[in-house]
Design a protein around this ligand. Sequence first.
Ligand SMILES: [Zn+2]
Length: 441
Amino acid sequence: MIIVQLNEAAVRMRSILVQGGLVVTQNATREVVEADVLIEDGRIAKVGKVRGSADQVIDARGDIVMPGLVNAHTHVAMTVMKGIADDMPFADFLDKVFAVDAKRQDRDIDAGARLGCLEMIRSGTTTFVDMYYSEDVIARAVEDSGLRGVLCWAVLDQRFTTQKGVPLDNCKRFHAAHKGRRRVIPGIGLQGVYVCSEETFLGAREFALENDLLLHFHLSETRKEVYQHKDKTGKRPAEWLAGIGFLGPQCLAAHAAWLTINEVRALAQAKASIASCPVSNMKLATGGVAPIPEMLAEGVNVSLGTDGSTTNNSLDMFGEMKTLALLQKSNRWDPTVVRAQQALDFATCNGAKAIGLGKVLGSIEAGKMADLVILDGRSPNLRPLMPGNAVSNIVYAGNAGDVRTTICDGEVLMLDRRMITLDSGLVLAKAQEAGRALLGP
Ligand SMILES: [Zn+2]
């Protein structure tokens, strides 16, 4: 434990100078400027002309420098379950995924988490919000990878779970063992109204308020879940959650696809955030399109997530930004709905705000945590490149393969497409082995 702390301190001591890139700052005025970025002790020390040098100098001339992306909803350990349940009705999908999930062991959860972390580093994500059981196993992978993970232990009523013991107690134990760490941030992950009682929701809320934790939950992903809940309680899920006093600023609702305007207003009033997962919703054909324009008009903080690899099937936030913007435009017959700048906001500063870190994360500004990625300016799909089209290029023309370098918390995780923290070959081999064991040939 002491060794880990010393290593972290040693890494943070280092200064890094990212020289001469086109910096998409995501600051309050959304400036895009040609500038150097100086990182000291894990924080951004300066954005502008930097005289002098640093322990490490990274040449970013001609490249885009942007904040690390925030994936606000995923199940990273499911990355080894990719492709097992494609192109099938939702009920069959659930049967298939639950059957495989019930067989899972720590070893393949670890292999899946590492594969997911590798994919995220390569695709420019530096922070992610995860919901699963066995987050203690996932935490080790996250710490080794150097990413920042808000790890939300899955909480549901005991009669519905395969977890040993009471899920909320397991979540509390995970929190006690991991609180205060730098890049692993424990949270609470409520699976949804279909498996969580009022008592479970309110017990989780009480624990979240006592310990300042994120309350992450699935909300109104499918029409069936909405109407089943209405039959049972007389209220739609978000209405019901507002009614029992659950909603608040620490809430981050994933999907939020089937909402009425009154439910959108309830989320806004509670200062809750949502994580839209457009690819997952479209692939499962659950029909709902999150009412993003209404959410923005009412003041809901909108962020973006990929969901897990059984429903997406990638963790690529570039694809997610573009898909969200296109889906909203197409659905509303209105190309002005969700502009490129808004899509980028969802994946950066809004994501940071959704996890309670808006003041210290999500933009490239002096004093903020040094999470940034460098996109290869030699990628033909990113050219021509000027301050005026940089954001558009990122959202509509960018892809995961453009990411050259990924820095999280002032530590370089990938440099010029070379992995620093994880051993790619080993991660891929273990994932292959785990995939075969779980899924067959
Ligand atoms: Zn999910």
